[in-house]
Design a protein around this ligand. Structure first.
Ligand SMILES: NC(=O)c1ccc[n+]([C@@H]2O[C@H](COP(=O)([O-])OP(=O)(O)OC[C@H]3O[C@@H](n4cnc5c(N)ncnc54)[C@H](OP(=O)(O)O)[C@@H]3O)[C@@H](O)[C@H]2O)c1
Length: 374
């Protein structure tokens, strides 16, 4: 008999009437085709990108809960002014959870060797008890790795390795990183130390400075401290960093580029009215500060600001390089790329308004893990 692997699934929908509905419903994962497997998902992190898809621009202060204890539904209004920005998703019930890990419980013909393997997966729809998924979207984890250990094996680790590749491809010798006390930030500190790449970490609180120093970070600057400008100038002079991976945006991006130009002009031997010819690049890969990005004109004329997205990076990266990066993630999953969680919750708990408010704070070290089997 063919099983269709029924289980609970978390979905997010914005209706044309301006209502966000985050639901837990029962669905069949379906029967795997030749290039597919069915994974019993046991762990899936709630990353900032998932929060964007789950809740969009809805006003969560006005959220209410309906449905049953097993299949609850969070409902919240979407402000009318925000509706044009979500026009392309109106009426679509979107599967959530960009990554996770679990055990292969069924395979398509020819994939039987994967049965029983613990795998990480990267594809929307990880917040489900059973997820049918293409074999190309999974990573077989080493023996003994638990789904919780492998839940965040793909997005943040590959982002860190993608940053290092991008910096190298663009000829930069050292890196500046913002929101550096994040999960990505801690992985980047460990990866840069391993690769011998100087790194300037920017955080926004003194306790984060101490925490990152304890991790072995050499240069840590607090953007909220009065001495930030001088600290950053010193760190840039010491490292020669000319590229920034910026998860924050707002005014910070321009402050960093301006400081890089200032450091470059200290080293210049000749005056130019155009500023230095040192290329300063900011790759904005997050939007933690929703304010417009500001670039001060003290940056000279040799600079660029671009968005950076893991999925675009992977598309522009050949198969051999991708395989090398994935292998490194597997080899260093318990060290460089280890993730920690503040709490493990069920699918139903993930839509409770007070739990949502807690993980939506996106505080350092307070990442939540969903175990759909709870
Ligand atoms: N573009 C891509 O492909 C890609 C891939 C992976 C991750 N990302 C992005 O990378 C960032 C980090 O992800 P993560 O999973 O590592 O996050 P995380 O562990 O949940 O940490 C979030 C971090 O953001 C900081 N933060 C929150 N709001 C901030 C603000 N307004 N200004 C400055 N810092 C703020 C927090 O610091 P406090 O404790 O001080 O609040 C915390 O350190 C996110 O923006 C995520 O979307 C992007």
């Amino acid at each position: 008999m063919t099983q269709d692997w029924r289980g609970l699934v978390l979905r997010s929908c914005i209706t044309a009437a301006g209502e966000l509905r985050v639901t837990v419903t029962e669905e069949a994962a379906g029967v795997p085709a030749a290039d597919e497997v069915v994974v019993r998902v046991e762990a899936a992190p709630i990353n900032p990108t998932d929060m964007g898809l789950l809740f969009g621009p809805a006003d969560l202060t006005a959220a209410r809960l309906e449905g049953t204890a097993r299949q609850p539904m969070l409902i919240a209004p979407v402000p009318p002014a925000a509706m044009p920005f979500v026009a392309l998703r109106i009426g679509q019930s979107l599967p959530a959870g960009v990554e996770g890990a679990g055990v292969v419980v069924a395979t398509g013909p020819g994939q039987e060797a994967l049965l029983g393997k613990t795998v990480a997966m990267m594809s929307d729809g990880a917040y489900a008890q059973y997820r049918r998924i293409a074999v190309t979207s999974i990573l077989v984890l080493s023996d003994g790795t638990s789904p919780a250990d492998g839940a965040a094996a793909l997005v943040n680790p590959l982002t860190v390795l993608g940053m290092l590749e991008t910096a190298r491809r663009n000829g930069h010798k050292a890196i500046v990183h913002t929101a550096a006390a994040s999960s990505v930030g801690k992985m980047l500190i460990r990866a840069c130390r391993q690769d011998g790449v100087p790194l300037v970490n920017i955080v926004r609180r003194d306790d984060q400075v101490a925490e990152l120093r304890a991790l072995g970070a050499e240069h840590v600057c607090n953007s909220a401290a009065p001495e930030f400008r001088q600290d950053l100038a010193r760190a840039l002079a010491a490292t020669d960093a000319t590229v920034c991976f910026d998860a924050v945006g707002g005014a910070l991006t321009g402050r960093i580029l301006g400081a890089m130009e200032s450091a470059a002009s200290q080293r210049a031997t000749q005056y130019s009215r155009y500023g230095t010819n040192v290329l300063k690049q900011a790759f904005v890969y997050g939007a933690l500060d929703r304010a417009p990005i500001e670039i001060s004109r003290t940056v000279g004329l040799s600079w660029s600001v671009a968005g950076w997205l893991l999925f675009d990076f992977l598309q522009q990266t050949d198969a051999a390089t991708q395989a090398r990066l994935r292998q490194r993630v597997c080899d260093e999953l318990h060290t460089t790329f280890a993730s920690r969680y503040a709490a493990t919750i069920s699918l139903a708990e993930a839509v409770q308004p007070q739990t949502v408010a807690a993980y939506m704070e996106k505080r350092s070290g307070v990442k939540y893990l969903i175990n759909p089997q709870l």
